[in-house]
Ligand binder design. Structure first.
Ligand SMILES: [Zn+2]
Length: 387
């Protein structure tokens, strides 16, 4: 463990000067995002392209063909849909089952610490929506140690969850002989990132290490005393098995214009999806990422590393979807982005076995001087979207 200052700029290949998108609230500090010569981010440009240049009827036919190619006649599952019980996976599963006549197997990688509303929504999804579901839960003693290590070494408690979220569906697909995996949106394309797949329905399994694991795949933690058998649940199936299974990862966002707010209305109506009674900490919304108590901390750590909190991500997307203006977005960022997630703070620290003092020392080691300065004893961002 080290409390030494991290070189965030070179670790994440960030620009050393901060620039905000002229259209939304995101800055150039989001890893892998790019800005054009007019100062507009790749996600905004893609949103505009989506609204003006894509023939959605043609895309729908492509989806119909894809389903027909994968449809099975023996009653077995023909598509695997990763879901949390939330609005996005729920939308995909419902569409495929009811609009395209597919027989989906849904698969859930358990959150680290389920919230009551998250668990309820998964139950509603299974019982009201009506889907077969496999829930993957890893030994809690192993998971909390993985989470502790990830927090200490990567400044992100969420990494072990991401391993499972990425690899578990691949494993289940191989086990059940299902070639087609259908995700919701391609986050890299929709929220700003690597645009190489912007005009493709699929994702390359080879990109997983670089995009989702920050160069530290599950095996990395063997160096830190995690045994091979404890790492096993986090691993993908052998690559040869994935190829043999002819596994393809597709995104519904390629075939159907992706709109998180519309997905929410759709799932409330069809899957018994319920919103939280209170907004999520760090933002103003009540319907996104509700299921994990450790979520708030993950978003807060992104705010520390990149100056991009949860309200920034939410407003950027809503501006692109034409739901709010940039001014409204900037005001929401000012109000919520810096909020420390207190609701499950102690519970999350206890789960990881981290003291509050260590927590703050680790957090401060990730505050890059190109983003943060101390004023009157308080850490403040040097550049904000509202100034
Ligand atoms: Zn933008």
């Amino acid at each position: 463990m080290s409390f030494d200052k991290k070189d965030v700029v070179s670790l994440y290949k960030l620009p050393s000067t901060v620039e905000f998108c002229k259209k939304c609230t995101i800055s150039n500090q989001r890893p892998r995002i790019s800005f054009d010569e007019w100062g507009v981010c790749s996600a905004c440009n893609f949103a505009e392209y989506k609204q003006t240049h894509i023939d959605w009827d043609k895309r729908e036919k492509e989806l119909q063909d894809l389903c027909d190619r994968n449809r099975k006649s023996d009653g077995s599952y023909d598509v695997l849909v990763p879901v949390s019980g939330g609005k996005d996976g729920g939308f995909v599963a419902h569409m495929l089952k009811n609009e395209y006549g597919m027989n989906p197997l849904t698969v859930t990688w358990s959150p680290s610490l389920y919230t009551d509303i998250g668990r309820k929504n998964l139950d509603n999804f299974i019982h009201i929506g009506g889907y077969d579901n496999i829930l993957g839960s890893v030994n809690g003693a192993v998971h909390r140690e993985m989470m502790r290590l990830a927090f200490l070494h990567m400044g992100d408690n969420f990494q072990p969850f991401i391993y499972g979220q990425t690899n578990f569906p691949l494993k289940v697909a191989v086990q059940h002989g299902i070639s087609l995996i259908m995700y919701g949106e391609n986050g890299e394309v929709e929220y700003g990132g690597d645009m190489k797949n912007a005009h493709k329905a699929t994702r390359d399994i080879e990109d997983h290490d670089g995009h989702y694991f920050s160069g530290k795949p599950p095996e990395f933690w063997e160096e830190h005393g995690i045994s091979k058998s404890d790492i096993f649940p986090y691993l993908p199936p052998p690559y040869s098995k994935t190829v043999e299974n002819e596994t393809e990862i597709h995104f519904m966002g390629y075939y159907h214009c992706w709109d998180p707010q519309e997905n929410f209305y759709y799932c409330a109506e069809n899957n018994g999806f319920q919103i939280n009674t209170e907004r999520s900490e760090g933002t103003y919304s009540k319907y996104a990422s509700l299921d994990d108590k450790t979520d708030g901390l993950h978003y807060y750590l992104a705010y520390i590393k990149f100056g991009i909190g949860r309200a920034t991500s939410d407003t950027a997307h809503e501006i692109r979807d034409g739901k709010i203006t940039r001014e409204e977005g900037a005001a929401l960022v000012k109000k919520y982005d810096s909020e420390v997630p207190k609701r499950y703070f102690q519970e999350t620290l206890d789960y990881m076995g981290i003291t509050e003092e260590i927590f703050h020392r680790v957090v401060d080691s990730w505050r890059s001087p190109h983003l943060w300065e101390k004023k009157g004893g308080e850490w403040v961002l040097k550049y904000t979207v509202w100034q």
